[in-house]
Ligand binder design. Structure first.
Ligand SMILES: [Ca+2]
Ligand SMILES: [Ca+2]
Ligand SMILES: [Ca+2]
Length: 235
């Protein structure tokens, strides 16, 4: 019965284990608009198998929603992936980790953007998790394939300034904590921009394990409860 039920849920919930990402869980680490077009991203959390993220080079309208003339590809993790893994997606070359469905963005050397989002209902509802623009500051609106408004205000959307064909994160790859990892990836001084194509660096970013101090505290509390129970039984 249990096996039958498990099979039922596997058959009817293909995304039962998919990780829901928030802003701050995914960051771009490179964008190359000189052939072959390529971009890379990393996640700061472990993700489950069947985690899906859409990537598009469509711009974002000031009033919300995407322009629609460019490409969108859906990436699937296929298997669990540990935090800090860098995934590279190349036009015609596929993904270094996971698999792709749809059309990989064709990135323009006179300005483009990449927006990452999740959509449990295949594009109807859109939860933007990260955005990158290689066209200088975010534009007031998406009025061409080269322009985009900032999809959401604040920390997790990065405008690479000035406009360059290719940009890559070249800062530290080891961090003391998640906050410094996030800050490092969004610090423009850690990025290199060039109108000649750069060699992508997709080596892993080291993200700290969950606090060992917290695990120690839980273990200590369990020990205290156990001793307390024993004393009570003996008393
Ligand atoms: Ca290109
Ligand atoms: Ca250019
Ligand atoms: Ca575009």
């Amino acid at each position: 019965m249990a096996v039958t039920l498990a099979l039922f849920f596997i058959g009817h919930s293909p995304h039962a284990w998919a990780t829901v990402l928030s802003r701050g869980d995914l960051f771009f680490t490179g964008i190359m608009s000189d052939n072959p077009d390529q971009f890379s991203f990393a996640m700061t959390v472990d993700v489950d198998a069947s985690t899906e993220v859409y990537f598009t080079d469509n711009g974002w309208f000031a009033g919300g929603g995407f322009r629609s003339s460019e490409n969108t590809v859906r990436w699937n993790s296929d298997a669990p992936i540990t935090a800090g893994t860098v995934v590279s997606i190349e036009t015609g070359g596929g993904a270094t980790t996971g698999s792709l469905t749809g059309n990989v963005p064709l990135l323009s050397s006179v300005g483009d953007q990449l927006i990452a989002y999740q959509s449990p209902n295949q594009g109807v509802d859109v939860n933007v998790v990260a955005a990158l623009q290689n066209n200088g500051a975010w534009d007031e609106n998406a009025t061409s394939s080269n322009t985009s408004a900032q999809p959401f205000a604040g920390f997790f959307s990065l405008a690479l300034t000035p406009e360059r064909d290719n940009w890559q994160y070249q800062g530290p790859r080891e961090f003391a904590d998640i906050a410094s990892l996030q800050a490092g990836l969004l610090d423009l001084s850690n990025w290199t921009g060039d109108n000649s194509r750069l060699v992508p660096d997709i080596s892993k970013l080291t993200v700290p394990e969950p606090s060992s101090g917290l695990l120690l505290l839980v273990a200590s509390l369990l020990w205290v409860v156990r001793i307390g129970t024993r004393c009570h039984a003996q008393g």
